[in-house]
Design a protein around this ligand. Structure first.
Ligand code: PBG
Length: 324
C-alpha cells in the first residue's frame, strides 16, 4: 500500500501522538503494596528491594498519606507478625498486625482504599500458605483459616480482601463467611492466576515468608501453562470473585491479555518484587533509565489488558505521570 499508507504520518510530533494514543496510565490505576511490621517509628529498609521499607503502623499512616496525596487511591497490606506458629494464628488475630494497620489507616487517612492480602505464609513458622500434614499443604482444612482471616480483616475495616494462597475453593469459602458475618458488600480481589514464580524471591525476604521445606509448586501454577490460567480465572469468577489478579506481570503479558478477553470482571496485575528489583538493580548501575522503564513497563501491563496494577513503583510512577 506504500506510499499511500504511511503510518509514520501519525507519529510526527507530540500533539498528534498524544491524540492517537491507545493506552493511558494514570495514578488511579495503581495500588501501592505496604509491609507492616511491629514497633513504633520503624522504617526498616528491605535489603533485596532497594527503596522499599517495612513500616510500623504509625509510619504506614504517614506513608499512605503520601501515597494518596500523589493520586494513588489504594494500598494493599502485608503483615510481618511479631511471631509465627504452625497454623498462622497471627493472620486472624483481633489485634494482629494487619488488623491494627487497617484500623489506623481507615481512621487517619480518609479517602484511602485499603486492601488486605489474605494468606497464611507470612504467619506460619513453616512458611507455607496452608495447614501442613505429613509435608503436604492441605486444601480443605486451610479454607476455614483463610475465611476466618478475611472476616477478621473486614471486621477491622478492610475495604477489599485479596486471597493469594491458591487453595481450591477459597473464594467461595471466603464469600460465604463474609456474607454470613454481614460483609456482603466487601469485594474479593482473587489472585486467581498466580504462578510458582522465582520473581517472588525478594518479597519472601521482605516478609520472612520463604517456605522452610519444599516449594509452592503443589498449589501455585506452572509457568508453562496458559489454558490453566483461564480455567482458574473462570472458576474464581463463578465462586464470586469481584476482580481477578494475574501475577507476576511482565513475564505474563500474554496471560493478562487472554484473561482480560475471557472474563468480564476487572483484571489486576501484580508487578512483583523481582520485577521491581531487576529494574532498580540495573538503574543503580546506570545501565538503564529507570524513570522511562518504569513508565514503559506499567504501560505495557495496561496495554496487555490490566485495569489495575499493584506495583512498588506506585509513588514514583505517580510523580512521573503528574510531571508529564
Ligand atoms: C503471599 C504472597 C506472595 C506475594 C504476594 N502475596 C509471596 C509468595 O507467594 O511467595 C509476592 C509478591 C511479590 O513478590 O512482590 N502468598
Amino acid at each position: 500500500m506504500f506510499p499511500i499508507q504511511r503510518p509514520r504520518r501519525l507519529r510526527r510530533g507530540e500533539i498528534l501522538r498524544r491524540m492517537v494514543r491507545e493506552t493511558e496510565l494514570s495514578p488511579s490505576d495503581l495500588i501501592n503494596p505496604l509491609f507492616i511490621c511491629p514497633g513504633k517509628g520503624v522504617r526498616d529498609p528491605i535489603q533485596a528491594m532497594p527503596g522499599c521499607c517495612r513500616f510500623s503502623v504509625d509510619e504506614a499512616v504517614a506513608e499512605a498519606q503520601e501515597v494518596l496525596s500523589l493520586g494513588v487511591p489504594a494500598v494493599i497490606l502485608f503483615g510481618i507478625p511479631p511471631s509465627k506458629d504452625a497454623e498462622g494464628g497471627g493472620a486472624w488475630a483481633e489485634d494482629g498486625i494487619v488488623q491494627q494497620a487497617v484500623r489506623a489507616l481507615k481512621q487517619r487517612v480518609p479517602g484511602l482504599f485499603v486492601i488486605t492480602d489474605v494468606c497464611l505464609c507470612e504467619y506460619t513458622d513453616h512458611g507455607h500458605c496452608g495447614k501442613i500434614e505429613k509435608g503436604e499443604v492441605l486444601n480443605d482444612p486451610t479454607l476455614a483459616l483463610l475465611a476466618r482471616t478475611a472476616v477478621s480483616h473486614a471486621r477491622s475495616g478492610s475495604d477489599m480482601v485479596a486471597p493469594s494462597d491458591m487453595m481450591d475453593g477459597r473464594v467461595a469459602a471466603i464469600r460465604s463467611a463474609l456474607d454470613e458475618q454481614g460483609f456482603q458488600q466487601t469485594p474479593i480481589l482473587s489472585y486467581a492466576v498466580k504462578y510458582a514464580s522465582a520473581f517472588y524471591g525478594p518479597f519472601r525476604e521482605a516478609a520472612g515468608s520463604a517456605p522452610q521445606f519444599g516449594d509452592r509448586k503443589a498449589y501455585q501454577m506452572d509457568p508453562a501453562n496458559a489454558r490453566e490460567a483461564l480455567r482458574e480465572a473462570a472458576l474464581d469468577v463463578e465462586e464470586g470473585a469481584d476482580l481477578i489478579l494475574v501475577k507476576p506481570a511482565m513475564p505474563c503479558l500474554d496471560i493478562i491479555h487472554r484473561v482480560r478477553e475471557s472474563i468480564q470482571v476487572p483484571v489486576a496485575a501484580y508487578q512483583v518484587s523481582g520485577e521491581y528489583t531487576m529494574i532498580q538493580a540495573a538503574a543503580e548501575r546506570g545501565w538503564i533509565d529507570a524513570n522511562k522503564i518504569i513508565l514503559e513497563s506499567l504501560l505495557a501491563i495496561r496495554r496487555a489488558g490490566a485495569d489495575l496494577i499493584l506495583t512498588y513503583f506506585a509513588k514514583q510512577a505517580a510523580r512521573l505521570i503528574r510531571a508529564d
